[in-house]
Design a protein around this ligand. Structure first.
Ligand SMILES: Cc1cc2nc3c(=O)[nH]c(=O)nc-3n(C[C@H](O)[C@H](O)[C@H](O)COP(=O)(O)O)c2cc1C
Length: 224
């Protein structure tokens, strides 16, 4: 995509032209992490930080940003055409602008595992993204999923598969963690008695996911 098309696409999407244009002229891309744990700054957030730090190492053109859903005023009801409990204060429209920004080439969704499923905040986020599906505003962006569980095999892979199914319906380019771990995404275990940082395998899947999303996002952006 040349610069003019890029800026036009930003305008059409109603996004901040200055951010998009800046990114276009610098050749930089953004990998956006969204943490869907209701507990701010806890194990899902920490794992996402590690994942994004690895993404940033791939290339100097990669910028990363981590958003926490916790504390945001985003209700699920508008996905079904109902009013938000937050009324005019609902923050999804602002988040949506960011999600569809052309420089956002990759999105990594992180969620704790709740009874073998994604968290309610991840469900709300995914459901609200129905708003961008009519225009397929997320199409062609690279997607990765990180799931944290209190048990080593507490259902993280089930969560990843479920989130990936929704992201595929948005025409996103879904990837897993890169080699040498090389599976479906990041599967982190927060329940080790020594703490999250002792989960060497899980955190390596988080790092390899960040790396893979960044590598593919760069390739896709270069091909445009
Ligand atoms: C309601 C609830 C259900 C949970 N279900 C599971 C589960 O099915 N499998 C699992 O491994 N951990 C489960 N856990 C543990 C969390 O996934 C784990 O503590 C995770 O690290 C929480 O992420 P956070 O620190 O970002 O909040 C559950 C926790 C809660 C609160």
């Amino acid at each position: 995509m040349d610069r003019r098309t890029f800026v036009a696409a930003s305008l059409a999407a109603g996004t901040s032209v200055s951010v998009a244009a800046q990114a276009a002229s610098s050749g930089s891309i953004t990998i956006l992490g969204i943490c869907c744990s209701p507990r701010k700054g806890k194990t899902t957030f920490e794992s996402m930080q590690i994942c994004l730090a690895e993404a940033a190492k791939v290339d100097a053109r990669i910028k990363t940003e981590l958003i926490e859903m916790a504390g945001m005023k985003i209700d699920g009801a508008p996905a079904a055409g109902l009013p938000s409990v937050f009324g005019e204060e609902d923050e999804f429209p602002r988040l949506q602008e960011k999600l569809i920004r052309p420089d956002v080439a990759g999105i990594i969704l992180g969620t704790p595992t709740y009874f073998g499923n994604m968290s309610y905040l991840a469900t709300i986020l995914i459901d609200r993204c129905i708003a961008v599906r009519s225009s397929f505003g997320l199409a062609g962006k690279v997607a990765g999923v990180l799931a944290v569980g209190g048990a080593r095999n507490g259902g993280q892979e089930l969560v990843i598969a479920s989130v990936q199914a929704a992201l595929m319906a948005q025409e996103m380019i879904v990837v897993g963690d890169s080699r040498p771990t090389g599976h479906r995404g990041a599967t982190v275990w927060s329940g080790m008695k020594e703490g999250l940082m002792a989960d060497e395998w899980g955190l390596s899947t988080a790092k390899n996911l960040g790396k893979r999303v960044a590598q593919v996002a760069l390739q896709v952006s270069a091909a445009r």
